[in-house]
Write a protein of this length. Structure first.
Length: 284
């Protein structure tokens, strides 16, 4: 009898050891939960990834920026979220667009830094600032000027000068989800001033459309950049400046920084000028 009990005990121990080993192997072979670029764990379908709790993230430059407060307001062609946030509650209404061409990423770091600078400068009671992080996330991911359809978003607005014949203009105004999101944002926030970040090969300057000359000149003086008239450039049919500035009479300032610039240096240059432009926007 004693020998039978001993054998039963040994068998029980062996079964427990085998079960534990199998469980450990199953855990190790299970795929890890996917991570957001910021290091956050995502779960569920792709649509639920848009609801991940945001927190400060580290950029490619090693700088930490505050990622809180951003909300998806639409989706790109490839279903990437187009994010925005609104801060302040003052009467002056300003929209800042961090990028519209995917191969012009220089304004990305500025969008992350602007909220805290706006608040620290005491502008929250003076202005309501909406920041649209990136109007063309598919182009940004691919490093291309156009979106995933190859359309230049900045030629797809319903301006009076829209050119349907140009192949990169999208055929019809607002045929692209990204341009529709931008127009919906403008309609919803009713800005008096729209600031748009771009970059240019070889030089930097400030351009304007609509009733924005005074603000553009103030911005340019503060940033140490020249102002150039729209008439100095080739026609830009269907552009944001044409539609919002010329057709709708809203002040539009286009900021062209030097292509390939260090994003930290871009922010150092643009910070005081952006705050000065926001401060100088006139409420209706």
């Amino acid at each position: 009898m004693r020998n039978l009990l001993l054998a039963a005990g040994i068998a029980s121990v062996l079964v427990t050891m085998v079960a534990t080993s199998c469980s450990r192997q199953a855990d190790e072979s299970s795929p890890a939960a996917p991570l957001h670029a910021s290091g956050r764990t995502l779960s569920g379908s792709p649509s639920t990834s848009m609801q991940v709790e945001p927190h400060p993230v580290t950029t490619e430059t090693g700088q930490t920026v505050d990622d809180t407060g951003w909300q998806p307001i639409g989706l790109s062609v490839q279903s990437r979220p187009i994010r925005a946030r609104t801060i302040g509650n003052g009467p002056r209404r300003v929209l800042f667009v961090g990028g519209i061409h995917g191969d012009e990423p220089e304004g990305a770091y500025t969008t992350g830094q602007l909220p805290s600078a706006f608040t620290a400068d005491g502008l929250a009671g003076l202005a309501t600032l909406t920041i649209l992080e990136d109007a063309n996330p598919d182009g940004r991911a691919a490093g291309t000027r156009g979106n995933a359809h190859g359309v230049d978003i900045n030629r797809n607005f319903p301006a009076a000068n829209f050119d349907a014949a140009a192949p990169s203009n999208g055929g019809t105004p607002l045929s692209q989800p990204e341009s529709r999101v931008l127009v919906e944002t403008i309609d919803r926030t009713a800005p008096e001033l729209v600031l748009v970040a771009h970059s240019w090969l070889g030089r930097e300057f400030v351009n304007f459309d609509g009733p924005a000359r005074a603000i553009a000149e103030r911005f340019a003086r503060t940033a140490g950049m020249p102002v150039e008239e729209s008439s100095a450039f080739a026609p830009t049919p269907g552009s944001l400046g044409s539609y919002v500035g010329r057709d709708r009479g809203i002040a539009v300032v286009t900021i062209e920084v030097l292509r390939g610039s260090d994003p930290l240096q871009v922010w150092d240059k643009l910070r005081p000028a952006l705050l000065e432009a926001i401060r100088g926007a006139r409420s209706s």
